[in-house]
Design a protein around this ligand. Structure first.
Ligand code: VG1
Ligand code: CO
Length: 580
């Protein structure tokens, strides 16, 4: 092939958000849009990570992926990349990309220097929906802010890109290596099984035998919903082939480019079919619900964990995994190096860390901040309230890993009685946890797609309010008399303890005397307008009071949050789009 230099000009709005660049497919299909971003990325990396290097390119299989992969292959070739690894059919979950970058060794002994992940994660897909792209580094984790800032700066000055126009499209549906000759020697495209490396890694972390016994118990039943995302291919391999679950326990496990028209976000609103099956829907399910249910998002890095008629809050989930990991999961048998959560995630994990005397970190929203801690060897388990949980086995959150972690805890707790009358259930484990550590009532209100300037004004007003705590408390007293006083209010700022980098404006916090918190943030993953997220949390230590309905328990704080922020006045919305 030959290398063609193409003239181009900057296109506005290519700033990567919380997790890469996400836009409508119609935006990505504009001439040079993808090309500019890919070239800007190559230019932001150190030359040795591009020239002569191997990179991974794959994603969740959403609409436009195949076209994007062919373009990136041609641009990689033209930029001197030596090899491109593609999961069969262009599929790799986000955690699998991380695993492949870290673990896979090519036929010629090569390792990957990084990779492009093509996904807009939990956002819907299809010709009129979202597409996304992000770059992960050699450690398998998302590019840090230093790099994403550089990529963005490059997109504002770009005037050329390089592409091997005469390179034929590569058949990414069949496994094998295709070699081409180019100006710098050979260029290989290696299409490989999308599940092998990931499954191998999972088998090295968990005790599959003990999980298999649990799944075989007549008292246990299980349902996994991939919401037509890429998790389906891993679910089939792991739950069916490796662990012997029955085919009927998997739903929506065939990846589709438009996720079957659904919203591939594993929460109580969008994972409707699973929620109904578990007995948490509006109407009662046919027959007895399964003991355990779980779902994933489009790119399979998120998870929702359910028990029979029971929802596990993600903030509780990471705390419970951390509290049980050492005994229940072989990978952690020698102890946890530390734990971490994102700022808006509830303090349930903090209590576990304190009790177990573990190092603890609070980082801004988005997985990229956990990577440095893991690379430095001070964090083993971490999580976010947004249905993200993971560990230092890779540098992304990991939806299937979280399910295997829960299955391991259940299997461990039931190991001596797996065929007995009554198994220890998900609900039992959560309630025991609350009895030991107290409960953090938690909810998140999302106001999706509100007017961007109205959202900014609301946030600015909240920051302004923070200058006088006595004024804040005066206002709150006028709203409710049954909430504690605000004792501190700020905008969250994070100084990375490993590299010293500082991230500012990471969310507005109101901290109450009894440990309650209100947090306001603007989403960084939407593709249109603005999304305001409001996080509400209250700690209850008294074991006789940990069994309340969370919306009831949090009603006073919700009231305060909505009135203090003048939510309806600013946004015109009387209710959130999604409550989790
Ligand atoms: C959201 C979540 C955040 C998560 C991010 C990426 O970001 O709040 O916790 O890390 O999505 O998840 P934001 O900026 O919209 O609040 V995924 O599964 O979409 O890559
Ligand atoms: Co995701």
């Amino acid at each position: 092939f030959t290398v063609t230099r193409k003239e181009t000009a900057p296109i506005q709005g290519q700033k990567p958000g919380t997790s890469g660049l996400r836009k409508k497919v119609t935006v990505f299909k504009q001439p040079n849009y993808l090309h500019n971003f890919v070239q800007a990325t190559f230019n932001a990396l150190s030359p040795d990570k591009v020239r002569g290097a191997t990179i991974v390119v794959s994603g969740d299989g959403r609409y436009f992926s195949e076209e994007a992969i062919q373009i990136i292959i041609k641009m990689a070739a033209a930029n001197g990349v030596k090899g491109v690894w593609v999961g069969q059919n262009g599929l790799l979950s986000t955690p699998a990309v991380s695993a492949v970058i870290r673990e896979r060794v090519g036929k010629d002994g090569s390792k990957a220097a990084g990779g492009f992940i093509l996904t807009a994660s939990h956002n819907p897909g299809g010709p009129h929906e979202d597409f996304g792209i992000k770059y992960n580094m050699e450690n398998g984790g998302p590019a840090p802010e230093g790099i994403t800032d550089k990529i963005y700066a490059n997109t504002t000055t770009i005037n050329e890109y390089f592409i091997a126009e005469d390179l034929p499209d590569v058949d990414i549906s069949s496994i094998g290596i295709t070699s081409f000759g180019g100006p710098d020697g050979s260029f290989d495209v290696d299409v490989f099984d999308a599940t092998d490396d990931y499954v191998k890694l999972m088998k090295s972390i968990f005790d599959f035998e003990i999980i298999k016994k649990l799944l075989a118990s007549p008292k246990f039943s299980f349902c996994y919903d991939a919401l037509h995302g890429v998790a389906g291919i891993y679910a089939k391999r792991i739950f069916l082939e490796e662990l012997g679950a029955s085919g009927s326990s998997l739903i929506n496990c065939t990846p589709k480019e438009d996720f079957g028209g659904g919203h591939p976000d594993p929460n109580l609103t969008y994972a409707k079919e699973l929620v109904a099956r578990l007995g948490l829907g509006k109407s009662s399910p046919e027959g007895e619900p399964p003991e355990f249910g779980a779902a994933a998002d489009g790119d399979a890095d998120r998870n929702m964990i359910l028990g029979k008629r029971f929802f596990v809050t993600p903030s509780d989930s990471v705390a419970i995994i951390a509290a049980n990991a050492v005994k229940a999961i072989p990978y952690f048998n020698s102890g946890l190096k530390g734990v971490a959560r994102s700022m808006p995630t509830s303090a349930a994990l903090d209590v576990v860390a304190k009790n177990l005397n573990l190092k603890f970190f609070e980082v801004p929203t988005g997985w990229k901040f956990f990577g440095n801690l893991m690379d430095a060897g001070v964090c083993s388990v971490c999580g976010e309230e947004s249905f993200g949980t993971g560990s230092d086995h890779i540098r992304e959150k990991d939806g299937i890993w979280a399910v295997l972690a829960w299955l391991s805890i259940l299997a461990y707790r039931n190991k001596d009685n797996v065929d007995g009358d009554k198994l220890v259930t998900v609900q039992d484990i959560v309630e025991e946890h609350w009895a030991t550590y107290g409960r953090h009532y938690y909810t998140r209100y999302d106001y999706e797609n509100v007017d961007a300037s109205a959202a900014k004004e609301l946030m600015a007003a909240l920051v302004k309010l923070q200058s006088s705590l006595s004024a804040v408390n005066e206002i709150i007293k006028g709203i409710r008399s049954d909430v504690a006083e605000v004792v501190e209010a700020d905008e969250f700022e994070y100084k990375d303890p490993v590299d010293g980098s500082v991230s500012k404006h990471q969310g507005i916090r109101y901290l109450f005397g009894d440990g309650s918190r209100l947090v306001f943030r603007l989403s960084g993953t939407g593709s249109e307008g603005a999304t305001i997220r409001l996080y509400i949390e209250q700690y209850e230590k008294d074991p006789s009071k940990t069994g309340r309905d969370s919306q009831d328990a949090l009603a006073p704080l919700v009231d305060v949050a909505l009135k203090l922020s003048k939510m309806e006045e600013f946004t015109g919305r009387s209710a959130p789009t999604v409550i989790t």
